[in-house]
Design a protein around this ligand. Sequence first.
Ligand SMILES: Cc1ncc(C[n+]2csc(CCOP(=O)(O)OP(=O)(O)O)c2C)c(N)n1
Length: 309
Amino acid sequence: MLTIRRFEERCNYLFMQGRIPSTLHLYIGQEAVAAGVCAHLRPDDYLFSTHRPHGHAIAKGVAPRAIMAELYGKVTGCCKGKGGSMHVGDVRVGMFPAVAIVGANAPLAAGAALAAKWLDKDRVSVCFFGEGAANEGAVHEAMNMAAIWDLPVVYVCENNLYAASTPFSKAFKIQNVADRAAAYGMPGVIVDGNDVEAVYRVAGEAIARARRREGPTLIEAKTYRLCGHSRSDPRTYRSREEEEEWAKRDPIPRLAGRLKELGLASDETLERIEQEVQALIDNAVRFAEESPLPDPEDTLKHVFWSEEG
Ligand SMILES: Cc1ncc(C[n+]2csc(CCOP(=O)(O)OP(=O)(O)O)c2C)c(N)n1
C-alpha cells in the first residue's frame, strides 16, 4: 500500500515538473483495494485493470522501476515504452496491459477465465473497474456469461463515488452496484474499500470460490480517490469538506494505527518501512531517467503478436 502511495506521489511530482509526458490517473486513496485483493493472487492468476492501473500493477508484482520507465516512455518500461500510464502491465506476472476503454476489460477477464477452465487450470481472473464502468453494456454481458458458465473470475468494482466528474447519485437509481449481482445469479458483496483487512477477507472468499470452480463474484469496494480524476482536475464537482471527511478514512494511516494497536509494528518499524519504500522509488526514478528512449525504427515491433516476439 505504501509503495503504491509513494510511487504515485512521486509520479505526480515528476509530472508537474514535465518529466513524465502524457497524462496520469492517480489511485491515491484506493490502495487498500489493490493490496487486499492481490495478496491472494499467484503470478499465474490474471489481472485486468483500467485507466487507473499503477496500484493494481504494483500489487500484482510488476516492478515499480519497469512501471516508472514505462511512464517515461523508455525502452526498459514494462511495455517497452509504447503503452504509457494507461496500459501498464507485464504478462510474466499475470497482469495484462491495462485497458483504458472504460468497461472493456470485463469481457477480457471472462475470456481469460474461460481459457483457464478449458485448459483445466485452477487459476482465476480478477477484473478491476470503476462504478462508471458498471453502466457500460460490455460489463453486463461479461458478468452474465461468467455467471452462466461458472467462470473463475472475480469482478471488483471500486466505487470511488465519481466517474470523472459524475457523482454516483446522478448515474444510479440504486444505492449499491453489488445489488446488481442478483440479476446475474452471482454473489454480490459490499466491503469498506478503505479497510485492507476487510477487503482481504472478502476477496479471499471470492477468489477461493472461483478456484473451487463455483463461479464468479461481484465485489463492490466503497472507497474514494483522494486526488482529482486526472492531471488537471480542479475538483469543482465536490466539496473540500467531503474530501476532508474521506481523508480521515485514509487506508494507510488506518492500517498503521491498527498494526500498532495489535502490537505488530512499532513506530521504528513503520519508519524503516517508509525509508525502504522511498529508496525503492528513488531507484525506480533513477532507472527510468537513465534508460534510453526506444529506437524510432522499432515503432511497429511488438505491437502485434508474432513468432519473433
Ligand atoms: C468507453 C469509454 N468512455 C469514456 C471514456 C473516458 N473516461 C475515461 S475515465 C472515465 C471515468 C470512469 O469512471 P469509473 O469507471 O468510475 O472509474 P474511475 O475513474 O472512478 O476510477 C471516462 C468517462 C473512456 N475511456 N472509455
